[in-house]
Design a protein around this ligand. Sequence first.
Ligand code: GLU
Length: 428
Amino acid sequence: MPNLFNQALTQLKKAASLGVVDPKALEALEFPDRTLNFTIPVRMDDGATRFFEGYRVQHSSLRGPYKGGIRYAPVVSESEMKALAFWMTVKCAIADIPYGGAKGGVKVDPKKLSEGELERLTRGFTRALCRFIGPWQDVPAPDVNTNAKIMAWLLDEYEILTGEHAPAVVTGKPIPLGGSQGREAATGEGGAIVLDQYVKDHGMDPKKMTVAVQGFGNVGYAMAKALHARGYKIVGLADSRNGVRDDNGRGKEPGMDPFHILQEKQEKGMISGCYCKGSVCDCEHYKKISPEQLLVMDVDIIVPAAVENVITEKNAKKIKAKIVCEMANGPTTPEADTILERRGITVLPDVLANMGGVTVSYFEWAQNIQGVSWSAAEVETRLKEKMLASYRVVRDIARERKVSFRTAAYLLALARLEAAMRAKGVIK
Ligand code: GLU
């Protein structure tokens, strides 16, 4: 497995080499503040105890409390966690929200655990994390394979341990526990806002644009739904195992309705309401396609919305889309990025395109702290404002300096982080 943290730093250094950046500021970002490793014992349903590996990397708290999701995945490594935590620092700076960056994970295939085992694992991880998190210290949220239900267990365990009501310790919670309207769909909605603005800026007609989305978890589904609602033609959808292709969507047909695909997927069975047994490929009416084939489909836009490193030097030359909208974190390797740039393919980078999730997390935290709750319409308006504000600044830097959106986004993050370092006296 490539060292993801080094890949992330390559992106940062590329931007830094083009801008006026203090080398000390750059150096400060190369080292996470803290890397925590835990062993979590869990009593399994058969009475045996299993031990799970857990991580929390707190990359930076320069601009505010550490912030970032917790993922449950069979492959979770320290270098990956460091990269993901670093991207949160960058993303929160681009979103201009008062947070630093963090990320956590447990090495586990959650699809193989019962609901009870999943709950005991989450509560065990929370006991390990307890003294390192808090509303003003570090605020976790959902990420790959985690959801509102898991955040509710985390919150409950934290409140039991501290003896205090503390809804702001975690975001992405269920609404009855202080979750925000619009949080679940926020990452996908935010991505659709950015992509749609880019499409309109370039005089293209959404109704004529074909899209393939890789990933059918929270982000992939919400993104596909938000694009479908805006008239884009969804002609390819894939989850981690399989996908479907709609050849009729190219003509006058409207393309696939992601909601119907979700219904069909759900009908095949759910495990404890958390994970799906069925696969997108079980849907009828469409042709089967693999998640890898989906990325090289003959479409206008591809949306990698699953995991990192899916666009590599091996397939970057074969990509036919003109726009790549990164909804996963780190889906494109630096080598592939160079190939795409050379080929004139626009990449709307993860740190900009998927910042809608953490932006509504910030809204949720701000509501919790004030003891108020905003309507869905208010969240929607504020999300749109935030997404467009960041998109416009990044776009203008890209135009002015003739650099890619990714490099422009990093230049913006670096400027904001450097200003915070200077204000704190970390650098002179
Ligand atoms: N896991 C999401 C991300 O990577 C959301 C993080 C959050 O809301 O704190 O951006």
